[in-house]
Design a protein around this ligand. Structure first.
Ligand code: URP
Ligand code: ZN
Ligand code: ZN
Length: 460
């Protein structure tokens, strides 16, 4: 199949120009003015933006968590992502404590094989580190193309590893060219605050927020940066929410250390006032919780200062009945919210349209930097000859309203109900195939491929 995207404003992390993009098979073959190609399909992109497909490196699909499973699986989750212009996701495999990484990989391959609509990869969450697991880490990097290893400094008894395990893991990962990522919050401190609130009979969702104050994230982020410095391992902090944690990373830069940082759309556009209501606040029970307006400002600045490189979603949806598991106890509300579909459009509307970030920065943090950090560049994350033809034709003027009635995620409420956005994904290509057109998904389950990854190539 050949496709000519004609006359769009082609935006990458570095450039911005009007051109045609010619696609043959899965790849971009030519870019230029008035290209002399006859294609099987011509897409008129005049007046539209053309971006590289979005990459969301933080999603949880069909994940066992807090006694239930996140409600989007690989099919529904990657389809919803595609509707919003995200052509690739990186999901988290969870090692079961006491079990092998290999078994965990097999489980996640069964969840994704034949189901994904968009491309995908996995981070491997190491929840139990020992000498045998160290050998498996090497195997994952050298044989499976899984080069990022997720760690949790919270969720004790289920996912958390201690600092000794963390340092040993970092050493192995560094020696083999991988990257350690982290959920950086002080688990012991949070557990004690949760227990205190429960003992006092404080059961509403707002106590989830009050049990995870900013210091729990700032402390753990600084500790993680120190351990990275000690081991020399590259690291990436997921879902950063607050000024204190960002300042811990800023401090690490003063010893010439680079720690990659991801924030998520919700931390840029929502704040903790949403918890000041009854059980409805459960829609935004996630970890870490939403923060204050001053934290939103710090994160937007962090993006522009180059301290925050990536905007993901931490998409981890639960049906309302699942959220109700915590009706009488905030600590039993499954943590997470649905967001995979709206990341690019929210970031464009709230970020670019409101003058907080440039168009180039938008592409950098929604696609290019994730491709570089997670070892997929220049196959992914860029509009260039030879890259995968993952492309988004985007209408910057189109206004629309987010609603549970029109979203494609498998969840029965929206965390952004009634939000009015300007800028909408119009057409999406995945490796040269038309994935989204006229608000319909044209790809079948199984169209998405596992993308093996290499070493990080972002050196800023
Ligand atoms: O609330 C969240 N973030 N749920 C998913 C698990 C995690 O910590 O990322
Ligand atoms: Zn987390
Ligand atoms: Zn997460």
């Amino acid at each position: 199949m050949s496709i000519l995207i004609k006359g769009g404003r082609v935006v990458t992390a570095e450039s911005d120009y009007v051109a045609d993009v010619y696609v043959e098979g899965e790849k971009i073959v030519a870019i230029g003015s008035n290209l002399p190609y006859t294609a099987e399909r011509v897409i008129d992109a005049s007046g539209k933006l053309v971006f590289p497909g979005g990459i969301d490196p933080h999603v949880h699909l069909d994940m066992p968590f807090m006694g239930t499973f996140s409600s989007d699986d690989y099919e529904t989750g990657t389809r919803a992502a595609m509707h919003g212009g995200t052509t690739m996701v990186i999901d988290f495999i969870l090692q079961t404590q006491g079990d092998t990484l290999r078994n965990a990989l097999t489980t996640w391959q069964a969840k994704s094989r034949g189901k994904a609509i968009g491309d995908y990869s996995y981070h491997m969450a190491v929840t139990d580190f020992n000498d045998d697991v160290a050998k498996e880490v090497v195997e994952m990097i050298t044989q499976e193309g899984i080069t990022s290893f997720k760690t949790f400094m919270a969720y004790k008894g289920a996912l958390m590893i201690d600092d000794g395990q963390m340092v040993q893991l970092m050493k192995v990962v560094k020696e083999n060219g991988g990257l350690v990522t982290v959920h950086a919050t002080n688990g012991d401190m949070i557990d004690s605050l949760i227990a205190k609130n429960q003992a006092l009979g404080n059961r509403a969702p707002i106590y989830h927020y009050l049990s995870q104050p900013e210091v729990t994230e700032a402390e753990a982020s600084g500790r993680f940066a120190d351990m990275l410095h000690y081991t020399g391992c590259p690291g990436y902090i997921v879902h950063m929410t607050c000024e204190g944690a960002l300042n811990a990373v800023r401090k690490a830069t003063s010893r010439n250390q680079k720690v990659f940082v991801e924030t998520c759309t919700q931390y840029l556009v929502l704040d903790a006032s949403l918890y000041e209501q009854d059980f409805d606040g459960a829609k935004w029970v996630m970890s870490p919780p939403l923060r204050e307006k001053k934290d939103q400002a710090a994160l937007w600045s962090g993006i522009n200062q180059g301290l925050v490189q990536v905007v993901g979603t931490d998409h981890c949806p639960f049906m309302w009945d699942q959220k109700k598991m915590g009706m009488d106890d905030f600590a039993k509300i499954p943590n997470g919210h649905p967001a995979i579909e709206h990341r690019m459009e929210l970031l464009f509307s709230e970020g670019v349209n409101k003058g907080r970030i440039t168009l180039n920065k938008f592409v950098e943090v929604s696609s290019t930097n994730a491709a570089k950090i997670f070892g997929m560049y220049p196959r992914k994350g860029v509009i260039a000859i030879g890259a995968d033809a993952d492309l988004v034709v985007f209408d910057p003027e189109k206004e629309h309203t987010i609603s549970v009635d029109s979203h494609h995620m498998n969840v029965d409420y929206s965390a952004y109900e009634g939000w009015k956005l300007k800028g909408k994904t119009e057409t999406v290509l995945l490796r040269g195939q038309v994935a989204i057109e006229n608000e319909q998904c044209h790809l079948k389950a199984g169209s998405g491929q596992f993308i093996p990854r290499g070493k990080t190539s972002l050196t800023v």
